[in-house]
Write a protein that binds this ligand. Structure first.
Ligand code: PLP
Length: 457
């Protein structure tokens, strides 16, 4: 399998090349030349499904779907899904081991009400979905690191911690983490700055977009280019995106076999990496119907759908801070999947959610379902209630919610955002043991103005 840039289909690269550089030399993003095709039956014969727990006759029409009840172990499923992308690459012989190392965490599908599931992607070591991509990329890069590699990462909160945890003490790799000073939660900051060794944390006096710009500029800086083998661990890196396809493959297969319906997803989005992975899974033939985007007040994608103009801007600070992105770096990858703007507009729906609506959703989810959600996940919850409102108002005959099952993608554990969530639900949010362990460590970082020269290591 070969990969090309979103800006030039004529030059092709191997997967390892793409992962090691992150960004294509022409400034575009790497995409697969073709998408491998799968069918539901490729994965199992019908008989493996008889042992599913729960009975469909219970109050809920379908049971909660635990990953352990899936007839194929999750790492094995990931291996099957990713194998075609690795064909012919130096990493192909290691892929099975990489999958076993990277994907050793659960991704439960919890049913909230009939036909509405929550895909919980926050049970990894740093409690957000970023662990899936970061652990996979770290396993791939450390297999490739026969000479020193410098990994650069800009973070709006959760990427930095996931990447730091995944790369900590990996031989031959050092990591520069850039985060916007005073714009991430205290617990997020602690999870980025507690590592030391090969992990170097920099607080940038600016926004997330400034951090992202610094990473990009390092790749075009003559000094940096000659002195380091540079690589980025942001979601522009293919090695982050490919493993995210796997949980859409898994959840859509599990839901299809249980409900005999294709799943619809709502994805809380910032840089649009996670939602692009969902579209890739759909394109690869997994049983997925609609994929909707939920954003916070950073509404560049909603505006694009409304007007056809893509206008990047300064990001604004919101309660869902990991989604505070004014110029989503995966936009090029996402539009590359559609013929033109009209095709995009027909297929993609986006909801921009205010801080007030985020708070309302957190409260609502707690009162109605006894479920505590993080501010990011809350944007997707709000989008779902909007669809429900529209359908009960009889605005259109074939309503959105007729197309259940819906899956809310839950991107982080609420205990990372306790200062926001606790006052809203007026309850203590229990802290996970993995997090309290990191909080007990001593933190260390350097505060800098947003200039590349100030990053010294
Ligand atoms: C990173 C992040 C997002 C946004 O994901 P993208 O792939 O950048 O769109 C949403 N929620 C949480 C908790 C995150 O950490």
């Amino acid at each position: 399998m070969k990969f090309t840039s979103t800006r030039n289909a004529n030059q092709s690269y191997t997967l390892s090349e793409a992962m090691l550089s992150g960004l294509a030399p022409d400034g575009g993003l790497f995409i697969p030349e073709i998408f491998p095709q799968f069918k539901v039956d490729d994965f199992f014969s019908d008989s493996c499904w008889e042992s599913l727990p729960g009975s469909y006759e219970e109050a809920m029409p379908y049971p909660d779907l635990n990953i352990d009840a899936f007839p194929i172990p999750y790492p094995d499923l990931c291996y099957q899904v990713l194998k075609p992308f690795f064909q012919g690459d130096t990493l192909s012989d290691s892929l099975e081991t990489i999958c076993q190392t990277a994907f050793n965490m659960p991704a439960p599908l919890v049913q909230l009400e009939p036909g509405v599931f929550m895909l919980e992607l926050f049970h990894g070591p740093t409690l957000s979905f970023k662990d899936f991509g970061a652990r996979f990329l770290a396993a791939c890069l450390s297999t490739l690191a026969n000479k020193p590699i410098r990994v650069m990462v800009a973070t709006s909160g959760d990427t930095g911690s996931a990447v730091a945890a995944a790369f900590h003490q990996k031989p031959n790799i050092d990591v520069i983490v850039l985060f916007p000073y005073q714009k991430i939660s205290e617990r997020q900051q602690q999870q980025i700055t507690c590592w030391r060794d090969n992990i170097h944390a920099f607080a940038v006096n600016g926004t997330f977009d400034d951090c992202q710009r610094l990473v990009k500029s390092a790749f075009f800086d003559p000094h940096w280019k000659t002195h380091y083998t540079l690589c980025t661990a942001n979601s522009i890196n293919l090695g982050r995106l490919l493993p995210q396809v796997c949980y859409y493959a898994y959840s859509s297969l599990h839901i299809f076999k249980t409900t005999h319906k294709k799943a619809n997803f709502i994805v809380p989005s910032g840089n649009l990496g996670n939602v692009t992975a969902a579209y890739w899974a759909k394109k690869m033939g997994f049983p997925i119907q609609k994929i909707h985007i939920a954003t916070n007040k950073n509404r560049v994608i909603s505006d694009y759908i409304e007007t056809g103009n893509y206008t990047p801007r300064q990001s604004i600070h919101t309660l869902a801070n990991a989604m505070d992105v004014g110029n989503p770096s995966n936009f090029e990858r996402l539009i590359a999947l559609f013929k033109d703007y009209n095709d995009f507009k027909k297929s993609v729906m986006a909801y921009s959610v205010s801080d007030e609506q985020i708070k309302d959703s957190i409260k609502d989810m707690f009162i109605k379902h006894g479920k505590i959600v993080c501010p990011h996940t809350a944007t997707a919850c709000w989008a779902l209630t909007q669809m429900n409102l529209r359908s009960s108002g009889n605005i259109c005959s074939a309503t959105e919610t007729d197309q259940e099952p819906w899956v809310i993608v839950a991107t982080a554990d609420p205990c990372k955002f306790e200062t926001i969530v606790e006052p809203i639900i007026q309850q203590h949010v229990p802290i996970k043991p993995v997090l309290s362990k990191l909080l007990a460590k001593e933190s260390q970082f350097t505060l800098i103005e947003p200039h590349l020269d100030l990053i010294s290591h």
